[in-house]
Design a protein. Structure first.
Length: 424
C-alpha cells in the first residue's frame, strides 16, 4: 500500500514535471515571462524566486502548472479599486514591489488604497496614501517589479512585451507543443533505459538461447545455438513462428529439423501439454537467444516506443469510429490501480508503466480540444491562416467551454473509475 502510494506520487510527479518543463523551457527561450512554475496543487509549502520566475511546491502532489504572463491571469483582478496594498519604492521612487496580500509583515511599505492601476502598458499605480482621500497619488512601477498575491506568493508583474501573445506565432506554437513533445522524449528515454536494464534483448530468430534442464528439449538432445528451421513441414524462420507452431502440438509427436554446425538433422519429440488461458498448448523447454549489443538495446527502446505509440493511436481511432464509453478512459484512480499492478513487477514494471503513461499523456494533450495543448495549436493554425489572432473574447469563450467540458469529463471518469475499482 505505502509502496504503491509512493510510486504513484513519483510517477505522477515525473510526468507533470517533464510536461510542464517543456512549456517552461520554450517559453523562456521565446522571451515569454514564466511567472510561476508549480509542482503540485493547492496551498504552497515552499517557494523560491530566481531569474524572474517563482518556483513553488504545493501541498497536493498531483498535477502542476506553468503560469505564463498574459496567458492565465490578470493583475487587474488583484488590484481592484479600493484594495489596500503596501508599496515598496526603489531609489528612483519607482514601485519595486506591491504587497496585495493580507500578510502585512512581509515588508514594511507605503500603505495605499488602490484607485486604479496599469501594470501592462504604462506601468503605474495610483491611490490614496494612508487613507487620505484628499490627494490622489500616482507612482511609476518598475518593469521588473513584483506583486505579492493574496496567498503570499511573490511573482513578477506581466508587462505587455513579455506576455505570451507578444511572442511570435512560431514561438507560441513551439511553446504549446513542447509539453507533449517532452512526454514523448521521456517515454523514449525510459524505454531505451529499460533496454539496458534487461539481461538481453530477444531478436526474434529461430536460434535456441537456452535449454531448460530435464525438459523435453534437453532429453531430445537439443542444445543452445541450435537453429530450429522446421517443425514437421512448417518452416520456422523466427521465434514467433516457432513458438506458435510448437504450441499447436500438445502431447503430439512431431519432427523438428535443426541446423547445427551448418548441418541439418531431424529429431523426434513430443511437446509437453501445458494449460495457458484455459487452453492446452505444447512446450518443449527452450528459451530464445538474447543479444546484448548496444544497437540491439537502443533498437529495443525505439521499437517499444513505436509499438505503444501506434497502439494508443489505434485505440483512439477505434473510439472515434465506434463511439466511446467511460471505461475507455482512465483518471487518477485508474492510474493508481495501474501503479499498484506495476509495482508488483518491480522497478522495471514501474518504469514501463511510466513510459506508457507518458506517451498517453502526450497524445491526449495533442487532441484538438480547447484548453488542451492540441486545442491551443489549432487556434495557432487558425491565426496563421487568418494572419491575425482570433478576438481575445472569442478565444477566451472557446477555451472556457473546452475547460468546462474537460472538467466534466474528468469528474465522470473519476467517478466511473471509483465504481470500477472499488465497488465491483
Amino acid at each position: 500500500m505505502i509502496v504503491t502510494i509512493i510510486a504513484f506520487i513519483i510517477v505522477f510527479g515525473v510526468l507533470v514535471l517533464v510536461h510542464e518543463f517543456g512549456h517552461y523551457y520554450f517559453a523562456k527561450r521565446s522571451g515569454i515571462l514564466v511567472r510561476e512554475f508549480s509542482i503540485g496543487m493547492g496551498p504552497k509549502v515552499w517557494w523560491h524566486r530566481k531569474n524572474g520566475t517563482t518556483y513553488t511546491v504545493r501541498i497536493l502532489p498531483l498535477g502542476g502548472y506553468v503560469r505564463m504572463a498574459g496567458a492565465q491571469d490578470d493583475d487587474d483582478d488583484v488590484l481592484k479599486p479600493g484594495t489596500p496594498v503596501s508599496l515598496q519604492l526603489d531609489d528612483q521612487q519607482q514601485v519595486s514591489s506591491i504587497n496585495a496580500s493580507n500578510k502585512t509583515a512581509l515588508f514594511s511599505g507605503l500603505p495605499l488604497q488602490v484607485a486604479a492601476a496599469d501594470l501592462v502598458d504604462e506601468l503605474w499605480i495610483e491611490g490614496y496614501v494612508n487613507g487620505d482621500e484628499s490627494e490622489l497619488k500616482r507612482y511609476s512601477v518598475n518593469h521588473d517589479a513584483t506583486i505579492i498575491e493574496s496567498d503570499g506568493t511573490e511573482v513578477r508583474i506581466a508587462p505587455r512585451d513579455v506576455q505570451f501573445q507578444s511572442a511570435s506565432l512560431p514561438h507560441r506554437m513551439m511553446t504549446n507543443f513542447a509539453g507533449p513533445m517532452n512526454n514523448f522524449i521521456l517515454a523514449l528515454v525510459v524505454f531505451v533505459g529499460l533496454g539496458f536494464v534487461l539481461p538481453g534483448i530477444p531478436n526474434n530468430t529461430n536460434v535456441i538461447g537456452e535449454v531448460t534442464q530435464k525438459s523435453v528439449a534437453a532429453k531430445a538432445g537439443l542444445r543452445a545455438g541450435d537453429a530450429i528451421v522446421k517443425v514437421n513441414q512448417t518452416k520456422t524462420g523466427d521465434w514467433e513462428k516457432l513458438g506458435t507452431t510448437i504450441s499447436n502440438y500438445p502431447n503430439k509427436k512431431i519432427t523438428i529439423t535443426i541446423e547445427r554446425n551448418q548441418k541439418q538433422q531431424k529429431i523426434k519429440l513430443t511437446p509437453k501439454a501445458v494449460t495457458q488461458s484455459g487452453e492446452k498448448v505444447g512446450q518443449i523447454g527452450i528459451q530464445e537467444k538474447l543479444v546484448t549489443s548496444f544497437s540491439a538495446r537502443v533498437n529495443y527502446g525505439w521499437t517499444r516506443f513505436v509499438t505503444v505509440f501506434t497502439l494508443i493511436f489505434s485505440v483512439l481511432g477505434h473510439m472515434i469510429t465506434h463511439g466511446f464509453n467511460l471505461n475507455d478512459f482512465g483518471g487518477p484512480v485508474a492510474i493508481y490501480a495501474g501503479t499498484s499492478q506495476a509495482t508488483a513487477l518491480g522497478i522495471t514494471g514501474v518504469l514501463n508503466f511510466l513510459a506508457v503513461l507518458s506517451i498517453n499523456l502526450g497524445i491526449v494533450n495533442l487532441l484538438p480540444i480547447p484548453a488542451l495543448d492540441g486545442g491551443k495549436l489549432v487556434l495557432n493554425i487558425i491565426e496563421a491562416i487568418r494572419r491575425k489572432p482570433l478576438p481575445e473574447q472569442t478565444e477566451g469563450i472557446v477555451t472556457l467551454i473546452g475547460f468546462g467540458l474537460m472538467m466534466l469529463l474528468m469528474i465522470l471518469v473519476t467517478w466511473n473509475d471509483i465504481q470500477r475499482y472499488f465497488f465491483r
